[in-house]
Design a protein around this ligand. Structure first.
Ligand SMILES: NC(=O)C1=CN([C@@H]2O[C@H](COP(=O)(O)OP(=O)(O)OC[C@H]3O[C@@H](n4cnc5c(N)ncnc54)[C@H](O)[C@@H]3O)[C@@H](O)[C@H]2O)C=CC1
Ligand SMILES: CC(=O)C(=O)O
Ligand SMILES: [Mg+2]
Length: 467
């Protein structure tokens, strides 16, 4: 059940209620008080801020119960999630203060002109003399934002700012949100190319399929910095990492399990491709109209490619029709598609990764009693299968070795590195994938990615710790 944290500012009339009464009202309506601050004490009345942890469903019940109670005046309700977004979540920091004219003449004109000329004469110096070496653009057109769909570039910004925060906090990468007001493939490609000189890498985010495939392919071909569509490859890397460990827990082999992937969009296509590369032999890709079957004819090149793979099954049907007997279900589609009975048709020791955000394909509370391993994209359940485990470390590695691109061996190395953070001893149903706060994740992913980049010849620099 989704939880949220709200702050209730209430005024208590002491002749009519005690704080104990207020606490009882909140608790009976389903709220859990986590802290209390006295804003204005007083003999006859007082004002307090009460922080309450509450399910989304119970939030309005708590508010209504307080409003109805005589002696309590509800002054304000603030949602802590909205509070952390006030004014946006990131800013730009200069790397040194400008204290005097001397500083000014070096960081700005006239001194800066010599630096500009040096870069003009040798463009590679942009990596040492500008922010390029550590800066990534997080580019979206707002068309496939989480599982919310086409909500546009303004509404997409909080997610992109969140990605930028994670890049910085987890991997020290400076990332900047670029929310484009166009859905035109050519215009997006042109714009990203035009803004690329200042960036060391491009992270494409929440761009709907099938346009995202052409945008990524073309930008990768036409730019000499790494271009990585996070929803495709970041997600696939983390799914493969989680699956490698989950299969160890249930004692099954990747070569023999039957896997149903639901939602063959950006994330689903890349997951299927990576599963095939990792050795999967029984794959059932499913989208809205049912299974994509071997030998079928499909409108999108990526679906057609899947239909031509021998490992893809030839049996058609809806999700519920093809699910029986599956060892693994991977959902990257939309929330609320399956229930407990559907899961019970799967093979024993089932693994379910229900990753649609914010609402998974199956309610985790319903699923938990019926599966051996459950993963979701969310942070409020164990096994968070989220691309945040991948993108900070993969870009840290790619930037540090100035990789031209992020290739398949680099992605597979990243998946194995993430899986390896959980040791054999630690591995269990509740812990198949490390937490994003485990510092080993970025360190190991970075190392594995640089090693793979050097081995495959896409690194343009050998970082000092590899010399
Ligand atoms: N946990 C994680 O790290 C990630 C989770 N996701 C989640 O996966 C979902 C899909 O994301 P993207 O691939 O980027 O979007 P997308 O828009 O590229 O693809 C979604 C696909 O799901 C299909 N779909 C929609 N309803 C369906 C249904 N009822 N049955 C089967 N297929 C259905 C669509 O036709 C489309 O092909 C979203 O909910 C997103 O939040 C995406 C990336 C990372
Ligand atoms: C996690 C993520 O990137 C998404 O849900 O789109
Ligand atoms: Mg995304």
């Amino acid at each position: 059940m989704a939880h949220t944290s709200i702050i209730l500012r209430v005024e208590l009339n002491h002749e009519q209620v005690t704080f104990g009464d207020v606490a009882a009202v909140i608790s009976q309506a389903g709220g859990d008080i986590t802290s209390i601050d006295v804003i204005r004490p007083g003999k006859d009345s007082s004002v307090r801020d009460i922080t309450v942890d509450v399910t989304e469903a119970a939030e309005s019940q708590v508010v209504e119960a307080l409003k109805e109670r005589t002696g309590i005046k509800l002054i304000n309700v603030s949602d802590r999630t909205f509070l952390v977004h006030l004014g946006g979540k990131i800013g730009v920091q200069p790397s040194m203060p400008i204290k005097n004219r001397d500083d000014l003449s070096r960081v700005y004109t006239p001194g800066v002109a010599r630096v500009c000329t040096a870069i003009h004469e040798n463009p590679r110096k942009a990596y040492s003399l500008t922010i390029k070496r550590n800066t990534v653009a997080v580019v979206t057109d707002g068309t496939a934002v989480l599982g919310l769909g086409d909500i546009g570039p303004h509404a997409a910004a909080p997610v992109m700012e969140g990605k930028a925060m994670l890049f910085k906090q987890l991997a020290g990468v400076d990332a900047f949100p670029i929310c484009l007001d166009t859905k035109d493939t050519e215009e997006i490609i042109r714009t990203v190319k035009a803004i690329s000189p200042i960036f060391g890498g491009i992270n494409l985010e929440d761009i709907g399929s099938p346009r995202c495939f052409e945008i990524e392919t073309r930008l990768s071909e036409e730019l000499d910095i790494p271009v990585f569509h996070d929803d495709q490859h970041g997600t696939a890397v983390v799914v493969v990492a989680g699956l490698l460990n989950a299969l160890k827990v249930v004692g099954k082999r990747i070569e023999t399990v039957r896997i149903v992937v639901n939602g063959i969009g950006a994330a689903g296509v890349s997951i299927c491709k990576m599963l095939l590369a990792a050795g999967v032999t029984r794959l059932v890709p499913v989208d809205r109209d049912g299974a994509i079957v071997n030998g079928g004819t499909y409108p999108y090149p990526m679906w057609q490619w899947l239909a031509e793979q021998p490992q893809v099954e030839g049996v058609s049907g809806s999700l519920k029709e093809v699910l029986p007997g599956a060892d693994v279900f991977i959902g990257v589609s939309r929330g609320g598609l399956l229930n407990a009975e559907d899961l019970q048709t799967m093979a024993p020791d089932r693994i379910v990764f229900a990753m649609a955000n914010p609402k998974p394909e199956v309610d985790p509370e319903q699923a938990l009693p019926h599966v051996r391993v459950l993963g979701t994209g969310r942070s409020d359940y164990p096994n968070q299968i989220n691309n945040v485990l991948c993108f900070p470390g993969i870009f840290r590695g790619a930037l540090d070795c100035r990789a031209r691109r992020i290739n398949e061996p680099m992605k597979l190395a990243a998946a194995r590195a993430i899986a390896s953070v959980v040791t054999e001893k630690e591995l269990n149903e509740q812990y198949i994938i490390p937490s994003i706060f485990n510092e080993q994740v970025v360190t190991k992913v970075r190392h594995a990615v640089i090693e793979a980049a050097i081995l495959t010849g896409v690194a343009r620099r050998i970082p000092p710790d590899f010399r």
